[in-house]
Unconditional design. Sequence first.
Length: 514
Amino acid sequence: MGTKVDPCLKWNTPGRQPNGLQASQDGLWVIDQIDPNDIYLLSYDNGRELNKIKTRALHSSGITIDPQGNVWVASTFTFELICFDQKTGKELVAYATPPYDQSGGPHGTEWRDGKLWFNVPITGRIFQMDPTDGKILHSIPCHGDRAHGIAWDPYDASLWCVDTNRRVIYKLNPFTGDILSLDIRSSERRMKITNVTASHLPGSRYAWVFLHIDTDEGIRGLGQVSSGPNSGMVAAAASRLWPLLIGEDPTRIEYIWHKLYAGFNSLGSHGFVSALISGVDIALWDIRGKQLGLPIYDLLGGRFHDRLILYSNGWFSGCTTPDEFAQAAVKTVADGHTAIKLDPFHGGHAVRLANRLAPYRIGWFEEPVPPENWDALRQFRDRSPVPVCVGERLYTRWQFRPVLEQKLAEYIMPDVIRTGGISELKKIATMAEAFFVPISPHDATGPVTFMAGAQTMMTTPNFFRLEIAYSELEVYQKLIDPPFDVRGGYCYVSDRPGLGHELREDYLAQAVPY
């Protein structure tokens, strides 16, 4: 027979009225609530006192440890959050807490993602504070008469709050304050989104906007949002997406797409909104691929092509004379490209220009009229025999529908970071396949555009060619890891998990203010 072991550890704590408790890698911290409050560090092995900090805090109950090992205490009767050096006991900083009128102070406190969270029962709210300056960043309702303790859920990034008077524990969305229901699907834990960040970084013609979505499993997804000359405004909007996403299961890609699309319905979910959705959607597919250890194209039906044939755009950068254009074209063809796109023209009538080019059997005439007017596009079709390609400024499958149904173009060119992401690009391609219309994604707006478009086209039967901003390829290669495999007029798509590429850390450090 084995030896009977008492499963409980029972220690006599120092002090006269122990209250708040916080585990750390060094031991167990406990507050003596008899004023002024002392804080003790106890050994996990035997409860032996390892350290003692004498404080001026009064009636403290909440205690938390920051990543530097400093001890933060919620001093209820001095209406402050006070930080102490755990080794020396020196008070480092103290911040006043709402409501700032000494009618009530903080209780529970927690540290999360570089910010302090605490609740003040008299206000009925939970607050998020910047620990560098004491500024209140955010607050949510407690939903209780006298909420005291708070705690983060390590599994789904929700916030638990205990109401002493009602004897109820609430599970809250930390960014909206909504009371959440429990996840009852199964005992299998689901991955959750824990953070969403936007990066505004130098681009080739204007700044690019990237999204990173983090999860509680340590998997990080990368996306890009179409920006253009007003990139700062786009970055600001992208940086505020987190309340809609934190706590969601990132594997529910279709659900999240429709949640975002429907959430902006009253404003119109195309253009600005569909660009934001695109960045999120691409990052979610990147997460899913990394979770399963597969490239995204394997999640979309598997590889249909072994490599993707390209057409080159931007090869004429800096050219101003016919001779310069000719020399640049010869060089691009010598590099293996078999199709090039050109737009050296300024002004002029689209029909007249198209008809002058018709004898040269051009592959297509791109976007001859603005995208808002289908009637104008139909008039162009009626008056010129050249093939037409449209779509870089069309958003979601619903705007492509009339183009396909009315046979207004021989080719379509959706942009994956504008039209709705990988999910929507794949749907548009499938819809076009039913009309026997080839698809050639617009991929001239940044490195993630190119990699996301490539992953989707690897699975697409009606794929025609993939655009590459050839003049920007050298820039792309310096920003991503590993570089793209582009040679001989083809792209050899990465078989690494997810998108297959990451932005380099030294590039991420070059943030552009917005």
